[in-house]
Ligand binder design. Structure first.
Ligand SMILES: CC(C)(COP(=O)(O)OP(=O)(O)OC[C@H]1O[C@@H](n2cnc3c(N)ncnc32)[C@H](O)[C@@H]1OP(=O)(O)O)[C@@H](O)C(=O)NCCC(=O)NCCS
Length: 189
């Protein structure tokens, strides 16, 4: 495995790049302040732009690490930032990387998250050398499960997850993607 950090990635319609403090206004307005986007996330919706600035300051710091993977999702055509996507090391899950994503409601159901996730998985598998992934989605959030399956994740078990503040708890579906399945992934990337 050779960690490379959240280097810039491109897809047909999207640019994936590190988030910066200067993105705060757009991030806040486009998705972080939206309760519908935050509903099934481990974080709560941002109540003010200061919440977003705090998060982005943390992101900027973490993004200096070569083993930290989070990207802002930007539209190639308009330059608009529409969401974020990342993969996080889970020691407590046998060293799997857990992927997570969220985009602005205005852009849902256009294939953008699937497109971004394919690029991220392709990079992490083929360039970084990560071989074990997981992903969880709330039962009430089937669109996220659809994204996972389209990218080659396979159902592993029923479980639950909690928000960071432990106030939200979701019955959920856990999915795995192992490197043995990478061949299947390549067919759709
Ligand atoms: C989940 C989310 C990331 C999906 O992003 P997206 O860009 O709309 O995803 P895509 O367009 O690539 O794919 C969505 C798929 O979900 C399907 N879908 C949408 N609503 C659905 C529903 N109610 N039931 C089942 N499938 C549904 C779509 O049909 C599509 O699948 P298809 O291409 O096979 O038709 C987006 O809704 C979001 O940001 N939600 C808020 C944050 C969040 O919940 N993140 C995931 C936490 S686990």
């Amino acid at each position: 495995m050779e960690h490379k950090g959240s280097i810039r990635l491109e897809t047909e319609r999207l640019i994936l790049r590190k988030l910066k403090i200067e993105d705060a206004r757009e991030v806040y307005k486009n998705w972080a302040s939206d309760p519908d986007v935050a509903k099934f996330m481990r974080w709560n919706e941002h109540k003010s732009i200061e919440d977003t600035m705090l998060w982005l300051a943390e992101e900027e710091k973490n993004a200096r690490r070569k083993d930290y993977y989070t990207w802002g999702i930007q539209m190639k055509k308009t330059g608009k930032l529409i969401g974020s996507i990342g993969a996080f090391y889970r020691e407590d899950e046998n060293g799997r990387y857990e992927v997570g994503y969220g985009i602005s409601k205005k852009y849902w159901n256009n294939g953008y998250t699937t497109e971004a996730l394919r690029a991220v998985m392709d990079f992490l598998i083929n360039e970084v050398g990560i071989s074990k992934f997981m992903c969880m989605h709330a039962v009430e959030n089937p669109a996220s499960g659809a994204v996972m399956r389209k990218v080659g994740f396979e159902f592993a078990e029923d479980t639950y997850y909690e928000s960071f503040d432990r106030k939200k708890k979701f019955a959920s579906k856990k999915y795995y993607l192992d490197i043995e399945q990478a061949v299947e992934l390549e067919e759709v990337v």
